[in-house]
Design a protein around this ligand. Structure first.
Ligand code: NAD
Ligand code: ZN
Length: 352
């Protein structure tokens, strides 16, 4: 029971019509943040009103510190005061922060309202808006509270990426490169060939890439909605990446930047285990470098990163499931990685 995902330039202005076409009705409770509202609040509200939805907008402070139970409480109060009904729609207009928060709001209020995701960052378009993971952070850890809840509709308009700060865009490209390595060698070739054009953000290549990655994510999660097995390959680069994010308090690096380092680490582990040729590993690192993503990090103690890895949610019965490339375009999952291999790669990666 996956979501209906629509991808095309200009779709944001058709949000209302698209919602009607899938049978949604009632009031539209739009959750967004101040940055996104400034660009797209008006056109979205107009589109909703034109299609007969009554838009009500709640604009939050931008940033990860908004993804909390406290914000959720404010949003519940808002829905209670407005007497929102189960058949009304929550519309998440923004990046992954807004999407995760508003998604969990829709999942939990009245045990489930209708939900439409309108992702506005590259990361949200190719990753977080698809797959149904919603939730908020706890003071003791990221994404600890949440639910799987599929949106009725995901509306992806690559034109909105024009205004995205370049660093955020590059961070999103980390996930894009990930899809190339785990599933699609041709996509990897394309990113390599068109890197200069891609970094311009407002270009047809980006439209193609967004659509391709959204399709790949839908396919993978469609086979495995609750993350029992196949979906694990999406975790490529995330074992080390998440540990680096935690070790730097989610402040120094963007998610995609940490994943860049993590992908480079996983590729090096694969080389040491004889699963991957070193030329492919170097190709990956060179691509990350030209996209402005790090492939190593200085100044972190490798032991801290190692300890952080075992706390990851994807660890099963104390064993880390490593997603390792065997070529550009294919990966294998294994829990058979010797500790000394992990140690030597982490030391190289963190310049110990
Ligand atoms: N649910 C999932 O499967 C999943 C997957 C990956 C990440 N996430 C979550 O996503 C969050 C990160 O999301 P993000 O990277 O999108 O960050 P974000 O939502 O904080 O957005 C980044 C910044 O860009 C601004 N912005 C958004 N769209 C813009 C636009 N079109 N033009 C100009 N500025 C714009 C925002 O206001 C914000 O300042 C994290 O909380 C992470 O845990 C969830
Ligand atoms: Zn990720």
């Amino acid at each position: 029971m996956g979501s209906l995902v629509k991808t095309a330039r200009g779709l944001l202005g058709q949000t209302g019509e698209l919602m009607r076409a899938v049978g949604l009705k009632g009031r539209a409770f739009v959750v967004t943040d101040q940055n996104v509202y400034a660009y797209f609040g008006q056109p979205l509200s107009e589109s909703l009103a034109q299609a007969g939805f009554e838009p009500v907008v709640n604009t939050l402070n931008p940033g990860e510190q908004t993804k909390t139970l406290r914000s959720l409480e404010v949003l519940y109060d808002w829905l209670v005061d407005a007497r929102a009904e189960r058949s009304d729609v929550v519309v998440a207009l923004g990046g992954g922060v807004v999407g995760d928060l508003a998604g969990f709001l829709a999942a939990s209020y009245l045990r489930g309202m209708s939900l439409v995701q309108v992702p506005t960052t590259l990361l949200a378009q190719v990753d977080s808006s698809i797959g149904g993971k919603t939730g908020v952070n706890h003071a003791k850890g990221k994404n600890l509270i949440g639910a799987f809840y599929q949106a009725n509709l995901v509306i992806i308009d690559p034109a909105v990426l024009t205004n995205l700060p370049q660093r955020e865009f590059r961070g999103g490209l980390g996930e894009v490169v990930k899809y190339g390595v785990i599933l699609d060698a041709e996509l990897f070739d394309l990113i390599e060939a068109k890197q200069v054009e891609i970094l311009k953000q407002d270009t047809p290549v980006v439209d193609y890439i967004v659509e391709r990655c959204a399709d790949l994510k839908m396919k993978v999660v469609g086979e495995d909605e609750r993350e029992a097995g196949p979906r694990m390959i999406l975790n490529f680069g995330h074992t080390i990446g998440h540990a680096i994010e935690a070790a730097t308090n989610y402040e120094a690096l963007l998610h995609g930047e940490a994943i860049g380092i993590g992908m480079s680490g996983a590729a090096q582990i694969a080389v040491q285990l004889g699963m991957l040729d070193s030329a492919s590993c170097q190709r990956l690192q060179a691509l990350l470098k030209t996209l402005g993503l790090p492939y190593a990090a200085r100044g972190l103690a490798w032991e801290v990163v190692r300890d952080g890895m075992s706390l990851d949610k994807k660890t099963r019965a104390g064993k880390i499931n490593w997603v390792l490339p065997t070529a550009i375009g294919t990966v294998e999952v294994t829990d058979q990685v010797p500790d000394d291999v992990v140690e030597s790669v982490l030391k190289t990666l963190l310049n110990a």
